[in-house]
Design a protein around this ligand. Sequence first.
Ligand code: HEM
Length: 213
Amino acid sequence: MIEFIEGPMWYAAAAVFVAGTLWRLAALLRGRRQVADAPRGSPALGALRGVLSYMLPRRPFRANRSVLVVFVAGYLFHLGLLGLVLFGPPHVAFIRDRILGVGWTPLPYWAFIVVAEVAVGALLLLWIRRATDPVTRTISRRDDHVAAGLTMAAMLTGCFALGEGMPALRALHMLSVEAWLVYFPFGSLFHAFTWALSRGHTGALFARRGIRA
Ligand code: HEM
């Protein structure tokens, strides 16, 4: 069973992830609209401004404590997840041995554990807020909770496997990562690929109409 989870199931999940991602990106880029009117400002500069300016909360909201908590937790979670997936010692070994054939210097194990715990804590906080804040609860769809749940499952089972002594725990982690990969292209997790495109698009549209994003 463990061989099946770490062998054929891994390849199947990776194939769904790659094919689904390419399919959705192609659909997005094919859907470009031609705009006939002359732009009032540079769409390229507007796109860059859109991507950069939305990285901070809008000025009038910066004094709001709840906005600041989401801002800090959001960055801790996303940067932590990216860091531990790309630089966690077992992940670097997996990427080297089973995906790319080359590796790089991993984080020391203690730093991997600290980053993992901070990222798990930050995701928990964001998820609790999503479920309890009246506004975010109202605008959240089931997809948002499935995405948070699958990410939390991949991270928690990773924490259970930190001892690295039990193949069954490693297989459980692998199984939850496979579920995460299969869901990724078809739900809100896909924002990992579209956040810059959509912010750039908004910035470019604003610039065309002579508005600063
Ligand atoms: C808090 C977050 C995480 C922690 C602490 C963690 C920890 C670990 C550990 C300790 C192992 C090695 C297990 C062993 O050899 O017994 C491992 C393997 C692995 N992890 Fe994670 N992980 C985390 C999140 C993730 C995420 C989000 C992904 C996917 C994007 C991921 C993908 C993998 C893969 C593919 C393996 C290889 C499994 C194998 O060799 O069969 N991990 N992880």
